[in-house]
Design a protein. Structure first.
Length: 432
């Protein structure tokens, strides 16, 4: 089911491929047309595209407080309890990321520092369709609320004017979402970016979506901030002879069941384990509700490779820079220092990636497609701006002025230098 490849073949399969420019252009063109129309016609355009792609539009995009309250009666108390506990863990983890403004007196009469200020309003995109993701609500909203964002707006699609999945509304309440709008797709991204009669514009848009939503986010970036452009989800598992084949197979399947483009990779020092995992994949997929999706993903996008050492295994993993990296080896914690590039790391035989997806606390919004080489997962920092400040006294400027003038003149920007000269000359004149 999952192909065992040579190292060269494995890297060819696992390393991210460049997006087909023609296909990418199709998504961008379609998204651009919708964005332009929403900018021009506001709610009317949003409603038009909701009806085109999702059937009947809801009477009101904004979910009322009464409907949000009713949603609690429609969700099992055990699920609510689990979401509340997960939210506690997410808050606890992300609260340790909070920073405060800092002031530094580097020399006498010179003060510099940074102001940390939250964004005013952010928008969360929560996918709908065949499944709903309350965990996505928690992971995107809680860091924003902790950062001090005053208004957290959520958009999510509904089909044929039906009500939002109650569990999404409950998760939004638990996470601290201010308003929920029942609209998805490119039209929702455009509404968040530019505002309509009923949907307010935001400062930043976060959250996953399909290829059209990703294209829309890339187009509005610059007018608003975005978190990242996410690709298919992925996991790489490094496993030695101490790993249990049933655990490894279960974690590969957990990734593969996302969609047919999900990517699951096994890097192992044990030929026996690779064979056992192959058998387990057949057994476990056979009883999986999303069997067809997981099987297609494993066959088309998955791969395994046999390596001579764990050193080699980590070299391969760092080249891939996977979204999720599981280390199922003896004394896994001792190998953490070997990880250079990964979105999030899961250590040991009893730390499945699913813990991170739903419950443990670290964020599950992570860089994909090799972008962990240069970017990080969602955090409180994504909802905070950092503004530097500077103070020089008259005497301090006297000491620094000559250096500023020298550099300004070298760059042929004499006006910069004269801004200093003016102060020095006038102050010297006043003293004389």
């Amino acid at each position: 089911m999952i192909k065992q490849l040579s190292e060269e073949q494995f890297l060819s399969q696992a390393l991210p491929k460049k997006t087909n420019s023609k296909e990418k252009q199709q998504f961008l063109q379609a998204a651009s047309e919708i964005i332009d129309e929403v900018q021009l016609n506001g709610d009317q355009a949003v409603r038009k595209y909701v009806e085109k792609f999702d059937g009947k539009a809801p009477d009101h995009f904004l979910l009322s407080d009464a409907d949000r309250q009713k949603a609690w009666d429609k969700v099992d108390n055990k699920i609510i309890e689990s979401l509340q506990k997960a939210a506690e863990n997410i808050r606890s983890f992300h609260s340790k990321q909070l920073s405060t403004s800092r002031m530094m007196e580097t020399e006498q009469d010179i003060i510099s520092g940074q102001l940390f200020r939250p964004l005013d309003r952010i928008g969360i995109y929560v996918p709908g369709g065949t499944a709903c993701y309350p965990s996505s609500v928690l992971m995107n909203a809680i860091p924003a609320v902790l950062a001090g964002v005053s208004e957290v707006v959520m958009v999510t699609p509904v089909k044929n004017g039906e009500e939002i999945a109650p569990i999404l509304s409950v998760a939004a309440d638990i996470a601290g979402v201010t308003k929920i709008y029942q609209v998805g797709g490119v039209q929702a991204v455009a509404a968040l970016a530019y505002g309509t009669e009923s949907i307010p514009s935001v400062d930043k848009i976060v959250g996953p979506g399909n290829a059209y939503v990703a294209a829309a986010k890339s187009l509005v970036f610059g007018d608003v901030g975005i978190d990242m452009i996410a690709g298919p989800s992925e996991v790489a598992i490094i496993a030695d002879e101490t790993a249990k084949s049933s655990y490894v197979a279960a974690d590969l399947i957990a990734q593969a069941e996302h969609d047919v483009n999900a990517r699951a990779f096994l890097i192992s020092t044990s030929a026996s384990l690779i064979k056992q995992v192959e058998k387990e994949l057949e057994i476990q997929c056979d009883v999986l509700p999303r069997q067809s999706i997981a099987t297609a993903s494993l066959k088309d996008k998955g791969a395994s490779v046999l390596v001579e050492s764990l050193e080699q295994a980590f070299q391969l993993a760092n080249q891939i820079a996977p979204e999720h990296l599981e280390i199922q080896v003896n004394d896994a914690l001792s190998y953490l220092s070997k990880v250079k590039h990964a979105g999030s790391v899961f250590l040991g035989h009893y730390t499945p990636e699913a813990l991170g997806d739903y419950f443990a606390g670290p964020n599950h919004v992570l860089p994909t497609s090799g972008t962990a080489r240069f970017s990080s997962g969602l955090s409180v920092d994504d909802f905070v701006k950092k503004t530097t400040f500077l103070y020089y006294s008259e005497e301090a400027l006297q000491h620094a002025g000559e250096h500023v003038i020298n550099i300004a003149n070298e760059e042929q920007l004499e006006g910069h230098g004269k801004a200093v000269v003016k102060r020095l000359e006038e102050n010297n004149h006043e003293k004389s």
